[in-house]
Structure formats: structure tokens, C-alpha cells
Write a protein that binds this ligand. Structure first.
Ligand code: CIR
Length: 254
């Protein structure tokens, strides 16, 4: 069974963390409708969706990807780089403990799941504003016992590694080369986002389907031409909070 854990949008999303974008008004009702549609896409792709509740103080709770990294053998509960997000972890821990043995990132380490790109047994980890070298080192110690290799990647031009590059098949990445150095991915196939759509590198692959933001028609057409099965979704309100499609779920086989 494929499980997708999501988390409700908090009304405090209007006070969310912002790094690269100016604050613009978020229509809460529309954001909720878009999130519900996103969950429908997950269901259509074969996932059983389990939505966690939120509380009024957890501004960024919908972006659940940052709170854990789920491997087939175990899961790691993170210590998010933004202090305002650390209170998101207990509910996610509780939800995951019925599926996996859990490990944790501890202070002074910080790690956001949005910085972790798993491709087979290789784990690319963004060294970013949110993920520090100590967090990466802790992750390395946790995963190496299961034969995963950590590759640390500098991230300076985007919030997370997966804002700049994400997996769209077992050996293919969708990448914005202007935001991340592509050399480290040289033995994988790379599809570049259209130059006019720098935010398009975050795609959520589920099996043979790609859940993808509707606002990037040129990159969508490019991927369709290469045979990818695109499932567009309007996540415009979540984009205003610097979120995209991978960040709103934790998808794994139960
Ligand atoms: C934050 O800055 O933490 C949120 N406003 C957005 C997090 C997006 N997460 C992700 O792309 N993995």
C-alpha cells in the first residue's frame, strides 16, 4: 500500500516563513481548496491519503515534507532549520511510528526534508540556510548502516535542494541548473526546466506519474514530449508561501 501523509493548512499560513519571496496575501479558502485537490491527485495516483490535523500556531504545517525523510527501512524525523517549525515534529513522529522505526536529528544539527533527494541508495543533501553540516553528518551516520551514501550539495540560490532539482524517474532528474551545480548529478539523466520557468524544478513523482504545478506550461510540454505522464495541479496559493508539490506530502510504501 502506498501511503501519503499530508497535513492541514493552518490559518497562520499568512505568517509563514519566507526567504526569497515578498509576502503577498494568501487566500486561505482557496489555499485549502487547492490542497484538497492536491490530495485528490495523490489518491488518483494510488495513494491512501492520511491527513494530520494542525493547530493555529503552526504556520508552515502543510509543508510536511520538511519534517521527516522516509526510507524503505526506517524514517528520520528532522530538526527543521527554521525555529518556528520545530513544534511541527511531534505529530509527524506519532503518525510515522506505526510505519517505521524512527531516528531523529538532534541539536545542534538542523535538516529540512526539502533538502533531501533520494535516488536509489544515493542521498543528495542540500547544505542550505535550513540544513547545516552537523545535520548532514547525523543523517550520514543514520543512513550509512543501511548502505546509503550521502552526497552533500551546496544550495545558495533556492530555499531547498528540491526547489532546484527533483527526481522524475529512477534515473532522471528535473533540474534548474541556474540554482544548483549539475556536475554532482552527472551520471543521471537530466531534463532542464524551461529558462522562463525557474521555479519549475520541483515535481512529485509517484510511480509513472508526475504531479506538477499548473503554472509551468513550457516545462510541462517538454516533459510530456519526453513521455512523462503529467498530472497538473494549481498550487498557486501555496507557492506564495514558498511551497511546491513535493513539500505537501510524505509518500512511502507501507
Ligand atoms: C518555509 O519557509 O519553511 C515554508 N514557508 C515553505 C517550505 C517549503 N518546503 C519545501 O519546499 N520542502
Amino acid at each position: 500500500m502506498l501511503v501519503a501523509i499530508t497535513r492541514a493548512i493552518s490559518p497562520a499560513i499568512v505568517h509563514c516563513e519566507l526567504t526569497h519571496q515578498p509576502r503577498v496575501a494568501i487566500d486561505f479558502a482557496l489555499a485549502r481548496a487547492q490542497h484538497a485537490e492536491y490530495e485528490e491527485r495523490l489518491t488518483e495516483a494510488g495513494c491512501t491519503v492520511e491527513r494530520l490535523q494542525t493547530t493555529p500556531d503552526l504556520a508552515d504545517s502543510v509543508f510536511i515534507e520538511d519534517i521527516a525523510v522516509v526510507f524503505p527501512e526506517f524514517a528520520v524525523v528532522t530538526r527543521p532549520g527554521a525555529e518556528s517549525r520545530r513544534a511541527e515534529t511531534p505529530a509527524v513522529r506519532k503518525a510515522l511510528e506505526k510505519y517505521r522505526t524512527l531516528r531523529s536529528i538532534e541539536a545542534p544539527g538542523t535538516l529540512d526534508g526539502g533538502d533531501v533527494l533520494v535516488m536509489g541508495h544515493r542521498v543528495f543533501v542540500g547544505r542550505s540556510r535550513r540544513t547545516n553540516p552537523e545535520g548532514i553528518e547525523q543523517l550520514r551516520r543514520i543512513v550509512e548502516t543501511h548502505k546509503y551514501q550521502i552526497i552533500s550539495v551546496p544550495v545558495e540560490r533556492s530555499l531547498h535542494l528540491k526547489s532546484a532539482v527533483s527526481g522524475i524517474s529512477d534515473d532522471t532528474l528535473l533540474i534548474n541548473r541556474r540554482w544548483v551545480d549539475a556536475d554532482v548529478f552527472s551520471d543521471l539523466s537530466l531534463v532542464e526546466v524551461d529558462e522562463s520557468e525557474p521555479g519549475a524544478a520541483n515535481a512529485l513523482r509517484i510511480g509513472n506519474e508526475i504531479i506538477f504545478p499548473a503554472g509551468y506550461p513550457k516545462t510541462t510540454a517538454r516533459l510530456e514530449a519526453q513521455g512523462f505522464r503529467m498530472r497538473p495541479i494549481d498550487v498557486g496559493e501555496l507557492t506564495k508561501a514558498e511551497g511546491a508539490v513535493t513539500c505537501c506530502s510524505l509518500v512511502f510504501r507501507a
